[in-house]
Design a protein around this ligand. Structure first.
Ligand code: GLU
Length: 444
């Protein structure tokens, strides 16, 4: 059997669509699993709409996602060039051959070149959908393959390229089903072997409409810019129309290569759920090493980032990483760890339930003494916990009466990680400064 070779063939007429990214992933997984090869080809036959800037962002998107390819416009390869605009006269030759053999003709009046099609059923065995039959009436029989000898349309170019690049499997969206029937007719006319086809279910939004810009974000890189991790994005894309048949949902790239099969791709539409994507992203953030997570989150802190100490920020991130949904939420979630943090909350927030301002001030002042006396500069959460809880108990106070104002003093927030966790990141000096600020608020 010939070598497994798959491809993704994006048209550079817009940003990399999440549907194209999913198709790229499935093609890559399919090839990798079987020791085959994966090719990237840029389909820029549409000269007016194809733009280099889109090609650039498409390639950037595929790289960001973590895919790798064996041949492509950036790395070359033996079946290149990888832009249709640079592949020379191979399309013209194929068109000429079809004209010479009488299988194609110049339409009178318009001069476009059409493939002659007898009314017929075109049948093929789809790797996802099983036997598929499309009648040539679906697209009206004869169809345009070129606007001129040197100006092929998509249908012709794709067939010529897939053959020249020895593509064995074409895995693409279900929206190409009737195109596939046309492509098979061109292949027959040119005497080519047809590759195997597998059509992926359409991506739908949460209301089961075709996923579109109007109802959700479809640009892959917009998800990067929003702070989704590429490994989470890849994982989520893999689940769009495929599942391993058990409950596992978190897969590394390596694991996906091991378990991916086209048999487990579903026929029905695949729902793109942002909520689900966030939950997958959270799973990745939760388990990521805080030092690495900080490096990933850093760009989202903008110019502030230079002021932040890496070790300190890794510790800070560890307190929030199980709560935050995306990297872009990090600056807001970690605002309380800013070295120049100022107390700008209402002092009434410091008072716990049945306690009052006087008692709260008393507790905070005593806490200052206790911390100065007993805590080392880099105390751990556990040391602090033991020390302070015993001290509260010894004084016969209610825990909330002391811990609530402490937590608010340290964070300025109603909701935050626990006070000892936060204090251990801030360190003794900064914690004392913040308790001092809280006491000042009462007096101002
Ligand atoms: N250029 C086509 C597209 O972007 C690719 C279709 C195919 O995979 O054959 O939809």
């Amino acid at each position: 059997m010939s070598k497994i070779r798959t491809r993704i063939a994006p048209s550079p007429t817009g940003n990399l669509h999440v549907g194209t990214a999913r198709a790229a992933l499935f093609n890559e997984l399919y090839a990798r699993k079987q020791g085959g090869e994966f090719v990237v080809r840029i389909e820029d036959t549409d000269k007016t709409r194809s733009l280099r800037k889109y090609e650039k962002t498409i390639m950037e998107g595929l790289k960001w996602l973590g895919l790798s390819w064996d041949e492509g416009p950036d790395i070359g390869g033996e079946t290149g060039p990888y832009r249709q605009s640079e592949r020379g006269n191979i399309y013209g030759q194929a068109i000429q051959k079809l004209l010479d053999s009488g299988q194609a003709f110049n339409e009178e009046g318009s001069d476009v070149i059409k493939l002659k099609v007898k009314a017929q059923e075109v049948e093929f065995e789809d790797l996802v959908r099983g036997k598929v039959t499309v009648h040539s009436d679906t697209w009206g029989g004869d169809f345009v393959i070129a606007r001129a000898l040197n100006d092929p349309v998509f249908h012709l170019a794709v067939v010529v390229d897939d053959d020249a690049m020895r593509i064995s499997h074409v895995i693409r969206g279900e929206d190409h089903l009737t195109n596939t029937a046309r492509h098979i007719l061109i292949q027959r006319a040119l005497g080519y072997d047809s590759p195997r086809y597998g059509h992926l279910p359409l991506l739908l939004d949460e209301r089961r409409r075709k996923l579109s810009k109007r109802t959700g974000e479809t640009s892959l890189l917009a998800y990067r810019d929003e702070g989704f991790l590429p490994e989470a994005m890849m994982n989520y894309l893999a689940l769009l129309g495929w599942n391993p048949g058990d409950n596992q949902e978190i897969f590394s790239h390596e694991e996906l290569i091991k378990v991916f099969t086209l048999e487990k791709v579903q026929k029905g539409g695949a729902i793109f759920s942002r909520t689900k994507l966030v939950s997958v992203n959270k799973e990745y953030m939760k388990t990521m090493n805080p030092t690495e997570l900080w490096q990933r989150a850093r760009p989202f802190f903008g110019t502030e980032a230079v002021k932040l100490d890496d070790e300190y920020m890794a510790k800070a991130i560890a307190t929030e990483q199980t709560r935050v949904g995306t990297l872009s939420e990090m600056p807001e979630a970690l605002a309380m760890f800013a070295p120049d943090w100022m107390a700008d909350y209402d002092p009434s927030l410091l008072v716990w339930r049945k306690s009052d301002a006087r008692q709260t001030q008393e507790h905070l002042s005593r806490l200052v003494e206790q911390l100065e006396k007993t805590a080392g500069e880099d105390y751990t959460e556990e040391e602090l916990d033991k020390n302070i809880i015993t001290w509260i108990d010894d004084n016969g106070w209610g825990k909330g009466d002391v811990l609530w104002p402490l937590r608010v003093a340290l964070t300025g927030r109603e909701n935050s990680p626990g006070p000892f966790e936060v204090a251990s990141v801030l360190g003794k000096k900064e914690s004392l400064r913040r308790i001092g600020l809280a006491l000042d608020l009462f007096n101002s």
